[in-house]
Design a protein around this ligand. Structure first.
Ligand code: SAM
Length: 368
């Protein structure tokens, strides 16, 4: 995977991510479709798995845990080839465990076994994860681990693992660290020489790519776009000429404006696939052009609900304009502005020299 080329913008990007994620979450909670989904999931659960929710220990009440190096939970028979469902390493480790992105049936047997066997589960939101854990009869102690307490919790967790306590990290849904908390913890784990183990599973970006019908040999995961138009257009512009497939997470209330901006920057004819509510009741996978998807979403408010991944084809017909600024953007600016003002605004957005853009705009104007 080509990780987001916006590494340098990580902080800004993360803010956007979290806002978008929170907003998406509240949209989701208000979404009838999702309520039906949850009902359907709960109905389909084995009643034997409906155990009571594990106790939640607040960050400041979390008890000192004694090293469990002699306990069976941290040191089960750990030869994975002998028993693939026991923890895969003999020493206490930090397990990064993927959970479902909707359908609870997508949790892996190994994830359940790991979450049962570790001493502590660090959760993005203990209440959200409590539902999942109780569904699978997991009563392991949970700790809150999210962006607002990660500075305090990171050293505590690392110290625990160093003392022989096994910890699993989970997020609200999908794979931790993929537009979710955990980077600081994993960075600290590596710095401290703590053993880290991935327990693989669902990820919305990869699920979307797998069904998008777009080239998947090379792709960039770009996470959430900035919430404000100026920042969003600027970010899109950076990737307008990339030839690989682009994967975006998007909040439901912004999907319409984001698609419109993509039409402006990438062009209406760029192929793209809208993947909404994957693995849930109202799952939608629609491949079309960006222009058609913008119309589709504008015409049906249901398409502006739930959780969304947008997969956009790369610029495989790239005409290679020398400036690296898409003519579609320049032409759109010319609709509303004089050549001079369009050149100034495009230069402001892209950082390309105003004079070069002015010349290109004159050429485009001549071409009609
Ligand atoms: N860590 C998660 C993962 O592995 O995919 C992503 C967490 S991020 C905070 C949440 C965003 O992922 C949503 O706003 C949406 O863009 C995307 N997403 C999560 N679940 C999804 C689903 N079931 N269908 C479509 N998109 C989903």
């Amino acid at each position: 995977m080509t990780q987001s080329a916006t590494d340098g913008d990580n902080n800004a990007q993360n803010d956007g991510d979290n806002n978008a994620a929170n907003e998406a979450q509240s949209d989701t909670q208000n979404n009838d479709q999702n309520n039906h989904q949850n009902d359907a999931l709960n109905d389909s659960q084995d009643p034997a798995m409906q155990t009571k929710q594990p106790p939640v220990v607040a960050a400041d009440e979390q008890p000192e845990l004694i090293s469990s190096s002699s306990s069976s939970s941290s040191n089960p028979d750990s030869n994975p080839s002998a028993n693939p469902l026991s923890l895969p390493t003999p020493q206490a480790s930090l397990y990064v465990v993927a959970t479902p992105i909707g359908n609870m049936g997508d949790i892996s047997a190994r994830a359940i076994a790991t979450l049962k066997q570790v001493d502590i589960i660090a959760c993005e939101d203990t209440r959200t994860s409590g539902k999942l854990l109780s569904n699978f009869g997991i009563d392991t102690q949970t700790w809150a681990y999210h962006e607002h307490n990660s500075e305090i919790q990171t050293p505590k967790i690392i110290e625990m693992v160093q003392r022989g306590v096994s910890v699993a990290l989970i997020s609200d849904a999908g794979t931790p660290l993929i537009s979710d908390p955990g980077y600081q913890l994993l960075q600290a784990a590596h710095n401290a020489g703590v053993n880290v183990v991935p327990i693989v599973g669902a990820c919305a970006a990869i699920a979307a790519l797998s069904v998008a019908g777009l080239p998947s040999d090379k792709f960039s995961f770009l996470g959430f776009l900035p919430a404000k138009t100026h920042g969003r257009v600027k970010q899109l512009q950076k990737f307008a000429s990339n030839t690989e497939t682009l994967i975006f997470y998007e909040a439901p209330h912004r999907i319409e404006v984001s698609l419109n901006d993509m039409v402006t920057v990438f062009g209406a004819n760029r192929p793209a696939t809208l993947c909404r509510e994957l693995t849930k009741t109202f799952e939608t996978v629609k491949k079309a052009t960006l222009g058609e998807l913008a119309d589709f979403v504008a015409a049906d408010s249901n398409q502006q609900k739930g959780e969304i991944v947008l997969v956009v084809g790369g610029d495989i017909n790239h005409t290679g304009d020398d400036l690296g600024v898409h003519d579609t953007l320049l032409l759109r600016l010319l609709d509303d502005l004089s050549v001079k003002k369009a050149a100034a605004l495009a230069s402001d957005i892209t950082g390309v020299k105003k004079n070069a853009l002015y010349q290109r705009l004159l050429e485009l104007q001549k071409q009609g």
